[in-house]
Design a protein around this ligand. Structure first.
Ligand code: ADP
Ligand code: MG
Length: 456
């Protein structure tokens, strides 16, 4: 008998390499396999609109993928939730199949609920995350003995979940005998509350809850800052931790803040969080953000020019999820209008999401004007040949700001500044970026100018 969920999983894998990742996530991944009726795979769409879009645009792709996985199935039928009951009644035999599958899913959910696209291969390493990533790899290779517990902390959207899913995927592949469990602190809390609530009806429910988390080899709890102030759950975590730790099992936590900043948190739990290794993830620098975007574009099978990648990387500095969101919007929009993702297309795609109105776009001229005003020097002198300090420093600052805030080719900046060579531009840019670190006057001037330019 065909296991319909397994079949659909395989079909999904085939489809994912055939279409844009964003379309896959929006239209295909959300379909639910219902049954097989008259040798056709019945899939339920989440809404009427979704149904008609899938029928119109993806039916053929789905069929090609199905035929690659199972040649006995000849077609697909896309339905809405209201039609589901009908199809299930028509084919009783598949109801039985689904009962078996439900058990399968439960088993898999418990031990291997990892997102495939979150792996070490797809994780870009930069200064901001290299320590956390190295620690995660060490733990993946020898769970329970490298660092225990491993505590990863960092701001929202910086890759904590990606890293621990990578650990899960790695262990699942390389040490398949180990039982790895991933859970968010919210789910853990809900299960804990349910187990207590149900204990009147079913006395074994608290016992089951306890056992579930103590029979694993690796326990990962994501976003533990949610445990703040929940004393019952904290107590439960404390005992689970002790049991696992004493038995040499690996424990991994993530949080958006350090243990000492999670308040209120039981002291004995805080010290345990700090027992092993604490690894932080910081905001990535521009270079890393660019590398991440390139990787994401590649994963989406999308060709995006460097200018657009840089444009996005400069727009969002502290949240990779947000940055990825902008990239996806551009990819989606450019495929919708059938044009390649250039700067004008990117602007168009993002016009409702970020502040990039044409009339407010910053130009090199704006930056030069503001710099001249700030230092009370003339336009002729800033672009001229004079080499006195009172002119050279503002000139270098203006050049630095143009390279930092805009995506203008170096040669063009050279042109703007009276036909200077691009090496002169690089020298000016690097000079100021070093000076900012050691010279307070220059640091203040650059920051003042940025403020003025942004808040025109
Ligand atoms: P967090 O759990 O810290 O809030 P996530 O792990 O959910 O953040 O990451 C948000 C998004 O950013 C994910 O799509 C993830 O793949 C991506 N991401 C974060 N860091 C990296 C990185 N170094 N390389 C590639 N993708 C990354
Ligand atoms: Mg997360």
């Amino acid at each position: 008998m065909i296991n319909i969920n397994k079949l659909w999983e395989n079909v999904l894998q085939k489809i994912s390499s055939k279409i844009l990742a964003i379309s896959y996530e929006v239209w295909i991944e959300v379909l639910e396999p219902v049954c097989i009726y008259n040798n056709k795979l019945v899939l339920c769409a989440p809404s009427k609109t979704a149904k008609s879009c899938v029928v119109k645009n993806y039916s053929k792709t789905i069929n090609v993928a199905i035929s690659e996985v199972n040649s006995t199935i000849t077609d697909n039928i896309i339905i809405e939730a209201s039609e589901k009951e009908d199809y299930l009644n028509k084919q009783e035999v598949f109801l039985c199949d689904q009962i078996v599958i439900q058990e399968d899913i439960e088993k898999e959910d418990t031990f291997a609920n990892f997102t495939k696209k979150f792996s070490f291969d797809t994780f870009i390493i930069g200064k901001s995350n290299e320590f956390a990533c190295a620690a995660a790899k060490a733990v993946s290779e020898s769970p329970g003995s490298a660092y225990n517990p491993l505590f990863i902390y960092g701001g929202v959207g910086l890759g904590k979940t990606h890293i621990i899913h990578s650990i899960g995927n790695y262990i699942k592949k390389n040490s398949p005998h180990l039982k790895v469990m991933y859970i968010t602190s919210e789910t853990f809390t809900n299960e804990f509350v349910d187990s207590i609530r149900n204990s009147a009806k079913s006395p074994s429910s608290t016992q089951n809850f306890r056992e579930k988390y103590r029979k694993v080899d690796v326990l990962m709890i994501d976003d533990i800052q949610f445990f703040a102030g929940k004393s019952g759950v904290q107590e439960s975590i404390f005992h689970t931790f002790n049991d696992l730790y004493q038995n040499g099992k690996q424990i991994i936590f993530t949080s958006d803040r350090l243990p000492k900043e999670i308040k209120p948190l039981e002291e004995r739990l805080r010290t345990r969080f700090e027992w092993g290794l604490i690894a932080d993830i910081q905001s990535p620098d521009l270079e890393t953000r660019i590398a991440i975007l390139k990787k994401k574009a590649e994963q989406n099978n999308a060709v995006i020019c460097n200018e657009v990648i840089e444009f996005i990387a400069k727009k969002v500095e502290t949240n990779i999820r947000e940055m990825e969101g902008l990239l996806n919007k551009i990819i989606f929009y450019s495929s919708l209008v059938g044009k390649s993702a250039t700067i004008p297309i990117a602007m168009e795609a993002l016009k409702d999401f970020i502040d990039i109105k044409e009339d407010s776009a910053i130009t090199p001229q704006d930056i030069i004007d503001y710099t001249c005003n700030y230092f009370s020097i003339s336009l002729e002198s800033i672009i001229g040949k004079k080499k006195t300090k009172d002119i050279v420093v503002p000139r270098q600052i203006a050049i630095y700001l143009i390279t930092d805030l805009l995506s203008v080719p170096l040669a063009s900046i050279g042109e703007i500044f009276g036909g200077r060579d691009h090496t002169t531009i690089i020298h000016a840019r690097d000079k100021i970026s070093n000076e900012i670190k050691i010279n307070t006057k220059i640091k203040v001037a650059v920051s003042d100018l940025k403020n003025m330019i942004y808040h025109r």
